[in-house]
Ligand binder design. Structure first.
Ligand SMILES: [Zn+2]
Ligand SMILES: [Zn+2]
Ligand SMILES: [Zn+2]
Length: 488
């Protein structure tokens, strides 16, 4: 798949939803429908010193742009690759003597590029970036006030010779960023690090149960010759078989919410009323609110109400303690909450899944792998009943559960889950994504350990204990990143 090739998708009139893209040929699960480099993108203000402004990888040691002292890069290769995007920004920052907010920086990067390339960067770009939906007319009062402030700070920052823009046009640009900005994550998929605009992706409509997913591929910078580096890009990937002519959709929100809550999020954030099949039928709402049945008995309505209210409050306290880094308090609260939920809420209930998710993550951070694994497994079993079988969140959750089992010394379960996650990630991320490649090496490792285990259990455990004594457990660093990432 060459970046920019749009032969598999075609623009069409999607009725009430406006423009849309549909398949231009039969697609199979895991196929890249198209890959698109960003029109423009910026690193979040809060992470400006920790993430490379060119490839968006999180790195320990970055080099600062000597001129503006704001942009950071892995090395000269990344800096050179990005200079075209940064050149005018670098000058504007120096001139103003300060750095404006991320959305102002993105708006300016968009306009500098628009001036240079007149909006269309290649034949395969189906629409000019300033023609995307902006929904400025739908913004509530508070947002309009913010918009005014942003436009004001943009105009102070903007310097492009005689080229000036009306306040209305700049407002449209901010509206476009708000509605179409795609969040970019780091190379491990653990943390949101920036935001970018992808004009063709902006044409793909939402469905809560979509047939495609979009991932950021950071490209490959490992070749010595920089001409052989592959570009940072998003990939739209088919989650299932899609027949020629069917609309291509992605989900703008996570599926794990009641349909009414998803609809509200979509209304507030993207200004449309979701009429997808799953929202119309309230599909899976029943499972997300399900109560448990033990010995054929259901809990009373009052009991369910009481436990739901308790869980809601407890989840807020759990989140508070987590942000404060008080992980032992988090574990204590999770235990209390799960005890209350026992025999009242089913394992697919959203409140229970949220507690299980935090409990497994934090316990694994604290190296209580066996307990963490047991919670992770219950969570994954719940997720499998709710998510699309090829959902990326599901794949990542199974991956984490598998690694936790592996660290808990339960190699059979661990390896099984890692294989299952690998199968999903091949579809959602593809074989060349850094997450998939990391998982592949873990899979090779666990496969080897599993063989050893099957040949001689005793020897396996002895070797494992010796190995654990000699080296720090590898999982904690990635869990640590995840925990920190949650605060963003
Ligand atoms: Zn870089
Ligand atoms: Zn600079
Ligand atoms: Zn929907």
């Amino acid at each position: 798949m060459t970046v920019g090739n749009m032969e598999s998708a075609v623009l069409f009139d999607a009725g009430k939803k406006g423009r849309g893209l549909k398949a231009n040929k039969d697609l199979s699960a895991g196929e890249v429908v198209f890959a698109e480099p960003s029109f423009s993108a910026v690193v979040f203000d809060s992470l400006a010193t920790q993430v490379c402004h060119s490839c968006f990888r999180r790195q320990a040691k970055l080099h600062r742009c000597a001129q503006c002292r704001f942009a950071y890069y892995c090395d000269r290769t990344c800096q050179t690759a990005c200079w075209d995007e940064h050149k005018q920004e670098c000058g504007a920052i120096r001139k103003m003597g300060m750095v404006p907010k991320e959305n102002v920086r993105l708006a300016a990067r968009m306009l500098w590029r628009l001036h240079k390339d007149t909006g269309i960067v290649s034949d395969s770009q189906l629409v000019s970036v300033d023609q995307l939906e902006d929904h400025v007319a739908d913004l509530p009062e508070a947002d309009l006030k913010q918009l005014k402030t942003d436009v004001h700070s943009f105009l102070k920052y903007w310097s492009h010779g005689s080229q000036q823009h009306s306040v209305d046009y700049i407002s449209n640009i901010f509206g476009i960023i708000k509605c179409n900005g795609f969040t970019l994550s780091d190379q491990k998929g653990l943390q949101a690090v920036g935001v970018g605009l992808f004009p063709n992706l902006g044409l793909v409509n939402h469905d809560c149960w979509p047939n495609c997913t979009v991932i950021l591929n950071h490209g490959n910078q490992s070749a010595v010759n920089s001409a052989l580096h592959s570009q940072r890009r998003i990939e739209l990937r088919a989650l299932e078989t899609i027949p020629n002519g069917e609309e291509l959709t992605v989900s703008y929100v996570d599926f794990l919410d009641l349909s009414a809550d998803r609809k509200k999020k979509l209304r507030d954030r993207f200004f449309f009323e979701c009429t997808c099949e799953h929202c119309r039928q309230h599909t899976k709402d029943d499972l997300m609110m399900a109560t448990s049945v033990s010995d054929g008995k259901k809990p009373s309505a009052d009991k369910v109400k009481e436990v739901s209210a308790y869980s809601k409050e407890c989840l807020e306290n759990i989140e508070k303690s987590r942000v404060e880094g008080d992980y032992h308090e988090v574990v204590k609260l999770c235990h209390e909450c799960l005890e209350k939920q026992e025999n009242v809420l089913a394992d697919t209930h959203l409140y229970k899944l949220r507690v299980l998710s935090v409990a497994s993550e934090v316990l694994s951070y604290l190296h209580s792998f066996s307990e963490a694994a047991a919670y992770a497994r219950r969570m994954v079993e719940g997720y499998m009943k709710l998510y699309h079988p090829n959902n990326a969140q599901l794949g990542m959750a199974i991956m984490r559960a598998g690694v936790t089992y592996w660290h808990a010394g339960q190699i059979e379960l661990g390896h099984g889950m890692i294989c299952k996650a690998y199968g999903i990630l091949l579809v959602t991320h593809g074989p060349n994504h850094s997450i998939t490649r990391d998982l592949e090496s873990i899979r090779t490792q666990t496969e080897m350990e599993l063989k050893m285990f099957q040949q001689n259990e005793q020897v396996y455990h002895t070797m494992r204990e010796a190995a654990l004594k000699n080296q720090p457990v590898a999982s904690s660093s990635s869990t640590d990143e995840k925990l920190k990432g949650c605060k963003h």
